[in-house]
Design a protein around this ligand. Sequence first.
Ligand code: HEC
Length: 469
Amino acid sequence: MKLRYFALLIFLLSAITTNSQDFSKMKVKDLYENLCMSCHTSGAVGGSLVNRTWKQGSSDAEILKSIKNGYPQQGMVAFGSVISDAQLQALVVYIRELESQEVKKNITEVEPNRIIKTQQESFKVEVLTTGLKTPWGLTFLPDGRKLITERLGPLRIINTDNTLDPTPVKGTPEVIFDRPEGGMMDIALHPDYKKNGWIYLAFADGWRDENGKSWSQTAIVRGRIKDHTWIDQEWIYKADKKFYMKSGAHYGSRIAFYKGYIYFAIGERGSMGQAQDLSRPNGKIFRLYDDGRVPKDNPFIGDPNIPGGIWSYGHRNPQGLVVDKKHRLWATEHGARGGDEFNIIHKGRNYGWPVITHGINYNGQPITSITEKEGMEQPVLHWTPSIAPCGLTLYDGRKFPNWKNDFFTGSLRAEELHRLRVKNNKVINEEIILKGLGRIRDVRTGPDGYIYLLTNDPGRLLRLVNKKN
Ligand code: HEC
């Protein structure tokens, strides 16, 4: 062993015994820079950890094991005795972030109207509508027009020629919008819309107190539209007043139907511990009848301390929701720094936040040392580092036959569209289809079989079409 590294080893060992307090308070970036970089840059004894073929295995668990047990014979101490399990986990997340920054350098940004070849299909992107203000949710009317929500309130109509109708729909509920999130969110048509005309909205409901501070909670209404006016409104879900919160974060939302049921999500509103608290509605996915009644075969029925309608819990901020033909519910949710999830949602189950997660806090501090626990569900897939998944569709159109039954998820942070192929409840293939066209807020399969996207910054409606068109 070279003298330099031996000296470093001695330094580390003495640092551990005399001053271990310092490590426990360190953020992950500092941990990495102080404990790892001296040996793990290209050319140094351990080589770069960012751009490498992993010798000891590339999974999170294997990398964690390497850091924990070290390679004492080659000069790397067993960090398991130096820093906490949670910090070991944080280092894995950090290494993943560095890795993905490296990968992103190699993806070229996409310009509209260029033909894009991917693994199974080629397509080009059409810009249908521009000038939208933070569009959030999209749905298709049977007459060829579209309805979109914009975050600050109005419901907008997009004409059959894809021009934006200049007159917003009047009379929709007042929304609370306090940074960073909230406002008008998802929109969906009742499966029997042609017969009953019901349109469902998810939004941040609430009020302002005398100090100007807003109190809000995710709520669902349904109504109809006549002559640019919202009419016949009925409440489908409104939490008890005591559950309205001052936070402006993590409203969840997204609406999915299956036969006579409506599913929707409420994020934990920034109070992470409450995701585990069944006496509160935040951090939960709900199932109700389409008119708002609580089905008798829901879980937790009959417990007076549990608000009606809760279907699953332990969620952070789900913003993608789809029911497949077999009545399985699929959801994506935002993690913190890492640990975004793609889940199958089962009745009554606990999805673990914040007791287990594959991510860490934004400030680099760990949240928990464990990623799995008895009685808590594991995601089908997790994204670390975060992509911030938003919008989810299960492609069942005819225009892209090689994509049939694949999932597509948008992403805010990464500004990417991901395709996921699932077999036996496992993701067997993931591909980044698009990148660099803005934050992708919603993804839908259109009635014409094409894939539609709503982007923010810039606010646009886009469509993926076959290259022949
Ligand atoms: C004193 C030098 C030294 C320090 C400090 C050090 N390592 Fe290492 N590390 C090594 C050496 C040498 C290897 C073995 C490299 C090889 O086999 O190519 C290694 C291997 C690894 C591996 C396995 C790599 C693979 O290809 O599978 C990981 C992961 C790793 N180190 C992470 C870390 C982390 C994280 C830190 C900081 C907490 C750290 N190391 C600090 C020297 C060091």
